[in-house]
Design a protein around this ligand. Structure first.
Ligand SMILES: Cc1ncc(COP(=O)(O)O)c(C=O)c1O
Length: 546
């Protein structure tokens, strides 16, 4: 009781002090930075008093920042995070400082390099589209562990299946017959068109792509493989050869026989217009192509032909492409590009490989697989990430004919297709179907894309909005005329601001210029509205500061 009285008095004192401070902020040009506070939105508190309290709290830690800012508008009412009934467990682990210390001293140094945010997010728990940090703050997760949490964090249906399987059998390798692998292989194959019916299990996307390269070489008897610039196909020594992004390359001979052709990026590339891509949103570039004809496509295909004429032998092993580039920043190609490229590749004796590591499992909304949106039939499909909602797993699906060419040696993978992974992945497929997640991707994704396009029209620094379903990219530019990438500092500010207001998104693109939105496929329209309000606010805050 005594504590209560004292607390109230202290509270009143602080509020009085805060109100005075707020008055000073208003008159001495300081509150703009304070308007970026996450406190009110995260806890659903938007009244002015609490905003003032939050300002005081923020000011204590960031006085220098506040002093630098300039007032133009009253503090905006920050977007409110949609409600959620789930109660996370309280965090009882190590302090944040200790976690960072261990991360610095004992973890792969790259871990520090890839840690997102100036003030990192320390995650405690996840449930569906939500993540809670160790302080109990809730975030809307629109990056899904890099496009991996397909059906929601700890989705109860999948978790129940995993728990049952954990009690029954974890591992034996495929030297014995256990039902989970067969059941899943049949279920997965049934979702692919003929003749893609033979499934190889791996533990990651890189491993799947390594295997695909080996099989393509053995099947064709050729060596050279072509990928698109800006692509990401993995981080293993072989896959870094396929990947075309300098940040992921090392000065070692990992790229033997791998070549990258010009990416048919209709926004940033040499050619592109206003009808090229399969998306509810087109680029801001003009074009005068007649319906059914795309000059940009012709030009990019002529680049590929040039590559055949100059860079590779007359016979090649394979052509790899993501249906929509992931790490590259949701880059989309002209509608017929893959169809025309596949034809040329096959004329050169190569097989065509669709890397569905990000685009598979309904994410693009219109189809279960990204390649289906391009109206092509690959000879091999590689997959991982969303396949098992975060449980490590990958796969290659190919034809019986290609599988036969590979049968000369013994291919063995200790963990590939283990009972746990297969049970989880099987439940993911059931959940996508039962809970209509592909349909939800199409609906919420299309809504997000069309609303983001309105923000693109509003802000000079939003150059392009693209994607399909819940595979979305928002490319940021210095200005629309130059299309020069927005500088990394500006990107970081908007990114951090969105996080502070309660939304986690990703970054990508060759210059780190594209925000990536690839949420669990269970997000709702309310979540989309919350994100749109937060993103609008973060961009507006940046525009006012610069
Ligand atoms: C399209 C694509 N392919 C392959 C990979 C490699 O997958 P993993 O990280 O599971 O090895 C990734 C990873 O980001 C990817 O995005």
């Amino acid at each position: 009781m005594l504590f209560g009285v004292e607390f109230k008095a202290f509270h009143a004192l602080i509020l009085g002090f805060a109100a005075k401070l707020f008055f000073i902020f208003k008159t001495s040009a300081m509150h703009k930075v304070c308007s970026r506070l996450h406190g009110p939105s995260l806890f659903g508190k938007t009244d002015q008093r609490i905003l003032v309290e939050a300002c005081v709290k923020f000011h204590r830690g960031c006085g220098v920042l506040c002093q630098k800012s300039a007032v133009k508008h009253p503090p905006p009412v920050l977007p409110q995070i949609p409600p959620c009934d789930f109660k996370p467990e309280p965090y009882q682990g190590m302090s944040k400082d200790r976690l960072l210390e261990i991360r610095k001293n004992n973890c792969n140094p790259m871990t520090m390099k890839v840690t997102y945010y100036k003030k990192p997010v320390f995650i405690n728990q996840g449930y569906m589209q939500w993540l809670w940090d160790v302080d109990g703050r809730r975030y809307l997760d629109l990056f899904a562990g890099v496009a991996t949490i397909s059906v929601g964090h700890c989705n109860p249906k999948v978790t129940e299946v995993a728990e049952k399987q954990l009690r029954r059998l974890w591992h034996t390798t495929a030297i014995y017959v256990y039902p989970q692998m067969q059941e899943y292989a049949e279920k997965l194959a049934s979702l692919l068109p003929d003749p893609l019916k033979v499934v190889y299990f791996t533990n990651s996307g890189s491993e799947a792509n390594d295997l695909a390269v080996l099989m393509a070489r053995l099947h064709t008897g050729n060596f050279d493989v072509i990928t698109l610039r800006g692509s990401y196909h993995g981080g293993s020594p072989q896959a870094t050869g396929l990947t075309s992004n300098a940040d992921y390359k090392y000065p070692v001979p990992s790229s033997m026989g791998c070549h990258n052709t010009m990416c048919p990026d209709v926004f940033r590339g040499l050619w592109g217009g206003s009808h090229c891509r399969d998306s509810p949103v087109q680029t801001i570039r003009e074009c005068s192509c007649s319906p059914g004809h795309c000059q940009a496509n012709d030009m990019y295909i002529s680049e590929l032909k040039e590559m055949f004429a100059t860079t590779v032998p007359n016979r090649i092993a394979a052509f790899f492409a993501e249906p929509i580039q992931g790490v590259g920043g949701a880059v989309q190609y002209p509608k017929n590009y893959l169809k025309d490229a596949y034809q040329l590749v096959r004329e050169k004796g190569g097989i065509c490989i669709a890397d569905e590591v990000q685009t598979g499992f309904g994410r693009t909304g219109s189809h279960f697989w990204g390649f289906q949106g391009h109206n092509v039939l690959p000879d091999m499909v590689t997959m991982a990430k969303g396949i098992a909602n975060g449980f490590p797993m990958g796969a290659v699906v190919t034809t019986a004919e290609i599988a036969r060419s590979f049968g000369k040696g013994v291919h063995f993978n200790t963990f590939g297709g283990n009972p746990l992974a297969c049970a989880v992945a099987s439940s993911v497929l059931d959940t996508i179907k039962e809970d209509k997640m592909q349909e939800n991707s199409a609906e919420v994704g299309t809504y997000l894309l069309t609303e983001l396009a309105k923000l693109r029209d509003k802000y000079e620094i939003i150059g392009d909005v693209r994607g399909k379903g819940l595979q979305i990219g928002v490319e940021m530019v210095k200005d629309k005329a130059s299309r020069d990438p927005l500088d990394p500092q500006a990107m970081a500010e908007i990114f951090e601001d969105a996080k502070d207001m309660g939304v986690l998104i990703g970054k990508g693109g060759l210059y780190g210029q594209t925000f990536r939105i690839k949420p669990p496929m269970c997000i709702t329209k309310d979540d989309a509205d919350f994100f749109l309000a937060v993103f609008n606010q973060a961009v507006q805050n940046y525009m006012e500061r610069r």
